[in-house]
Design a protein. Sequence first.
Length: 189
Amino acid sequence: MRTARDAGFSLIEVLVAMLIVTPAAIGAAGLVAIAARAVRDARMESTAVVLASQKLEQLRTLDWNADDAGGGGSTSDMTTDLTRDPNASGGAGLSASPAGVLAANVPGFVDYLDAAGAWVGTGPSLPSRAVFIRRWAVTPLPDDPADTLLLQVLVTNVTRDAGVPRGPGRRTRLGGEALLMTLRTRTSR
């Protein structure tokens, strides 16, 4: 027969149980923090890839044609301003970009986006609402400069970009950034 004195746990049993459970709970909390950081970084990287793809598609839609039917020559868009939303005239289009445009905020080859990917500005100065920096380069291919372009788009996070080591016209790439490239060759019309 049990008495009321035998029911429940002793203080020592509770302390031993706490010694066993506490490290496990602390470890689980650490894993939750690591998982939350990984999810945030993955979301930022996925957004960067989408934003880079959008700009690359804008560049690919600009005219870069050879006018064979009209007696030769070429028709190429060298005036669309892709730094504005919506695009406007008075920009660089598919003109060759200066060296180092992927390493710095060069007017004509940079725009800024908020956390949702909406355009918030352009130019050498960072708008306060900017979360992403999107830079692009248009480089004639050395083997065929008149007919082939290398298009590159880099999207980075404003916070990460501020701490990136840079050299003359160069910068170190970090995780979480998106750098997409494609070649564009003149097509006949």
